[in-house]
Design a protein around this ligand. Structure first.
Ligand code: PEP
Ligand code: MG
Length: 571
């Protein structure tokens, strides 16, 4: 038995055996071979096993994730059947008398390089497919096990170095009881996905993959951030009790599901949810969300091998809007980059991806991608209460350009006789300090602000949100953050606009009283945080919290702020 501590990323307790999700060591030696037929047979066998596996994964993915996500596996299957790739591998074995591993590796690399250097996007996507498939075939040649998260069919806790959003999207909630990773923080995208899937998670443990073996029994305590490896019977009993208490607490919270969010002195605020896919809407409604405050559309673009078409996007946006009815839905345009990659766009590696070519920067340059998304959104606008916001806005000029493109597409659609809503509010995310500082100027032109503290904190304190070594600097209660947030809210209100927050800070029990006192209008959080937040706000007096505002803004440190709030709100 041993314990590890990490960051509590998604509430709840999971008890199940470990399933390690790690790409195995695929290194091999170059060998001269006499019996080339034997190598060709080994290759054929590895190809066959890979094919069977991929067919199974594709079927699973179809059921659990839908046809679209399953498509990527069809593309992988095509690669395995492509004689233009397979024959040269066999030829190489015969003519150069090398082992199958070498022939596979060298031939695949040659095709990958060739496709990657082509101008044609479709061809570049094939390079990504070949890369993926080669790893699987190589694992079978080397006889090492290759993880298949989509095939998990028994209760497990997934253990990984990190989980990419597309790995997370493949996890079947029915079997995956929880997960734990070496890296990441509360605002890394794997943690965010875990919360929308309502799977308990502990991230940033630094070494869980080194300590845990497949099939070890694990307890993941997503409430306090602990991972217990091979627990004793007594520990299991303690955590089963904790699990039961948590379920009871959830039932208490659920009593407020259909109530508005009102402070003890009668002030109303809106509690809305962050979502990543149309499937998350059910969780929003079950948890009493009054709307969607952030729809992260990039997940539509991930876990597949080509850009989603206008119609695919239209279907997704329409599904969300229709299910939410009259409730507002704030859709964020594509925010790719940082820890969210799109391999098929084949963007060059960058030294500082979070400060690089991402989000609105990419969309303004690749306006073909941007326009497709905007058209899909505009077409869907008649099906509900749509608001659009642009991510990572650093300058007014960016906002003006993005809005101009939106208006151009709207005009084109209207000319073509397509119905587009006339009441779509257009806002921005405030996640870059420059924008928070001159929020007054922005407020004249935008319809609303949504403060993205996940990024705003990392940029203001210059502390990578993914790096647990500097997580001590990732301080939501830092007076600098409170002053920036206050500046944005005051600027919005001075122009009669509203200000929301869709970073994780909006659902934090220490931050909530502060934000209520600063006058935040809309709090957008993981769906599972809504009912605890509503319960908390019910007992808070907004008037009292407003009276602490100046004092809080002038404090010296985040610790001072936290201590003060804990004292005043009995936490
Ligand atoms: C944010 O930065 O606060 C935000 C909500 O966006 P994301 O977490 O997707 O970067
Ligand atoms: Mg962000």
């Amino acid at each position: 038995m041993s314990n590890l501590n990490g960051i509590a990323a998604s509430n709840g307790i999971a008890i199940a055996k470990a399933y390690k999700l790690a790409i195995p060591d695929l290194s091999f030696e170059k060998k001269k071979v006499e019996d080339t037929q034997n190598e060709i047979d080994r290759l054929t066998e590895a190809l066959e096993v890979s094919k069977k596996e991929l067919e199974k994964i594709k079927e699973h993915a179809k059921v659990s994730l839908g046809d679209e996500h399953a498509e990527i596996f069809s593309a992988h299957l095509l690669v395995l059947d492509d004689p233009e790739l397979i024959n040269p591998i066999k030829d190489k074995i015969e003519t150069e008398q090398v082992n199958a591993e070498v022939a596979l590796d060298e031939t695949a690399k040659m095709f990958i390089q060739m496709f990657e250097s082509m101008d044609n996007e479709y061809m570049r996507e094939r390079a990504a497919d070949i890369k993926d498939v080669t790893k699987r075939v190589m694992a079978h040649l080397l006889n090492v096990s290759f993880p298949n998260p989509a095939l998990i069919d028994e209760e497990v806790v997934v253990v990984a170095e990190d989980l990419t959003p597309s790995d997370t999207a493949q996890l079947n909630k029915e079997f995956v009881q929880g997960f734990t990773t070496n890296i990441g923080g509360r605002t890394s995208h794997s943690a965010i996905m875990a919360r929308s899937l309502e799977i308990p998670a502990v991230v940033g443990t630094k070494e869980v993959t080194e300590i845990v073996n497949d099939n070890d029994l694990l307890i993941v305590d997503g409430i306090d951030g602990d991972v217990i490896i091979n627990p004793t019977d007594d520990q299991i009993k303690v955590y089963e009790q904790k699990q039961a208490d948590f379920e009871k607490q959830k039932q208490e919270w659920a009593k407020l599901k259909d109530e508005p969010t009102v402070s003890s002195d009668g002030q109303h605020v809106e509690l809305v949810a962050n979502i990543g896919t149309p499937d998350d809407v059910e969780g929003v409604l079950n948890n009493g969300g009054e709307g969607v405050g952030l729809y992260r559309t990039e997940f539509l673009y991930m876990g597949k091998n080509e850009l989603p078409t206008e119609d695919e996007q239209f279907d997704a946006y329409k599904a969300v809007l229709e299910q939410m009815g009259e409730k507002p839905v704030v859709v964020r345009t594509l925010d790719i980059g940082g820890d969210k990659e799109l391999p098929y766009l084949d963007l060059p590696d960058e030294m500082n991806p979070f400060l690089g070519y991402r989000a609105i920067r990419l969309c303004l340059e690749r306006d073909d991608i941007f326009r497709t998304q905007l058209r899909a959104l505009l077409r869907a606008s008649g099906y509900g209460n749509l608001k659009i916001m642009f991510p990572m806005i650093a300058t007014l000029d960016e906002f003006r350009q993005a809005k101009a493109i939106l208006l151009e597409e709207k005009e084109k659609l209207t000319k073509d006789g397509v119905e587009v809503s006339d009441s779509i509010e257009v806002g921005i995310m405030v996640e870059i300090p420059s924008t928070a500082v001159i929020a007054r100027q922005f407020a004249k032109e935008v319809d609303f602000f949504s403060i993205g503290t996940n990024d705003l904190i990392q940029y203001t304190l210059a502390a990578d949100r993914m790096n647990e070594r500097v997580s001590y600097l990732y301080q939501p209660y830092h007076p600098a953050i409170l002053n920036l947030v206050n500046n944005v809210i005051e600027a919005a209100h001075a122009e009669g606009k509203w200000a929301g927050m869709c970073g994780e800070m909006a659902g934090d029990s220490i931050a909530i009283p502060i934000l209520l006192g600063l006058g935040l209008d809309e709090f957008s959080m993981s769906a599972t945080s809504i009912l605890p937040a509503r319960t908390q706000i019910k007992d808070l007096s907004k008037k009292e919290l407003v009276s602490y505002k100046e004092q809080l803004l002038n404090m010296d440190t985040a610790e001072d702020v936290e201590k003060f709030v804990r004292e005043k709100t009995n936490q």
